[in-house]
Design a protein around this ligand. Structure first.
Ligand SMILES: [Zn+2]
Length: 372
């Protein structure tokens, strides 16, 4: 089976135009002012939370040798497939959130805690303010880190968040077995720890001593002298209760080569169709599942605005207004411009505008400042 990993094909090679932050704030505020906007986000939005994007400012993969794990490999029933899953759950090197998407790393056993513990950045909170103030009633994210949920989690009930935010490529925070039993990722991590006490001790020691495994610029972590051949992938307890043996588990994310469930696909189109305009943030649109939403909006003659530093697949498409600027430079001011005095009087909005970290991965400063 051959699965091709997408590359960015820019439409008409539109020239890159930079814009001042003040001019960008005006443009974006004008665009969002009528409301009824659907927002589509990508990895660029999470970089300031310390989660790496796959692509640098020129749109190329930051690790040219990167080889993602493919869905058909992960689900292979043979011994080879078993070894693959063993490696997947154990090895930090692991894979990506989705092969169509390739925006950032899916971390496995050792790598999940940093994603679990990541905090929303200033863009996530500015977006939450726009959601709370009803400018952005629908949010479709390609990110699997749950940071949009975290940013608005103290304001909305989980059911309401579920209605307002669509995770196009799934989430890292849940795992399911081959037969569909769902388990929270933290619980699955505990199962892995219980089955692999030697690795639990290794992680505990790292935490105790404040050490971090050396991270390569591409996000992989080097562990010297370790073998994953003895890493135990636990059986699904629910399957065991039902008399089945099943050690196949997969995080609830879409892998390269895997189809997006039709209900998610339909919902993403619905979110675009129900809105009057589409605002796109921090994505190259390299994956078709995201790009087709832009195409759909254009077919319906809905205005599209795109903020990204670096090339995207929609560059130069008629009907797309592209701004080459980082969201972290402008989004809070966009909220202030839209909300006027409410931005300084509404305590919820004030708090959201004061919240958020700005901690891009150390080695990526140059890329982050131009690519969030
Ligand atoms: Zn099961």
């Amino acid at each position: 089976m051959r699965v091709s990993v997408p590359t960015i094909i820019t439409a008409h090679g539109a020239p890159k135009q930079s814009i001042s932050p003040a001019a960008a704030v005006d443009r974006i505020a004008d665009f969002l002012a009528p409301g009824k906007v659907t927002l589509l986000t990508g990895a660029g939005v999470s970089v300031a939370s310390g989660i790496r994007a796959y692509r640098g400012k020129d749109g190329r993969y930051m690790n040219p040798n990167y080889q993602p794990i493919l869905y058909h490999e992960l689900t292979d029933e043979s011994t080879k497939g078993f070894a693959f899953r063993q490696r997947y759950w154990y090895e930090i090197k692991s894979c990506s959130q989705s092969i169509r998407l390739m925006l950032y790393r899916l971390r496995s056993y050792l790598g999940y805690p940093p994603v679990r513990d990541a905090l929303p950045n200033t863009s996530h909170y500015a977006i939450a303010a726009l959601q709370f103030a009803s400018y952005i009633p629908r949010l479709v994210t390609q990110n699997v880190d749950g940071l949009h949920h975290k940013a608005i989690g103290h304001l909305w009930e989980p059911d309401h968040i579920q209605q307002q935010i669509l995770e196009l490529h799934g989430t890292l925070h849940r795992v399911h077995c081959k037969r569909g039993h769902v388990v929270p990722r933290d619980m699955f991590q505990d199962w892995l720890s219980a089955s692999n006490p030697q690795w639990k001790a290794f992680v505990d020691n790292l935490e105790k001593t404040g050490q971090k495994p050396r991270t390569n610029p591409d996000g992989d972590v080097e562990l010297e002298g370790v073998s994953y051949a003895d890493f135990v992938v636990p059986e699904c307890p629910q399957c065991t209760l039902e008399g089945q043996q099943n050690s196949f588990h997969k995080p609830e994310v879409i892998f390269f080569g895997e189809s997006i469930p039709s209900r998610i696909k339909d919902r993403s189109f619905y979110d675009v169709e129900k809105s009057e305009r589409l605002f796109v943030l921090g994505t190259t649109l390299a994956t078709y599942s995201a790009f087709r939403l832009v195409k759909r909006a254009l077919e319906l003659r809905k205005p599209v605005m795109l903020l990204n530093v670096g090339p995207t697949r929609a560059d130069g498409l008629p009907g797309v207004e592209k701004l080459e600027i980082s969201s972290s430079l402008v989004l809070r001011d966009v909220v202030r411009a839209l909300l006027g005095s409410r931005a300084s009087h509404d305590s919820v909005i004030v708090h959201l505008l004061q919240s958020g970290i700005h901690q891009p991965p150390a080695e990526d400063h140059e890329i982050i400042s131009r690519n969030t």
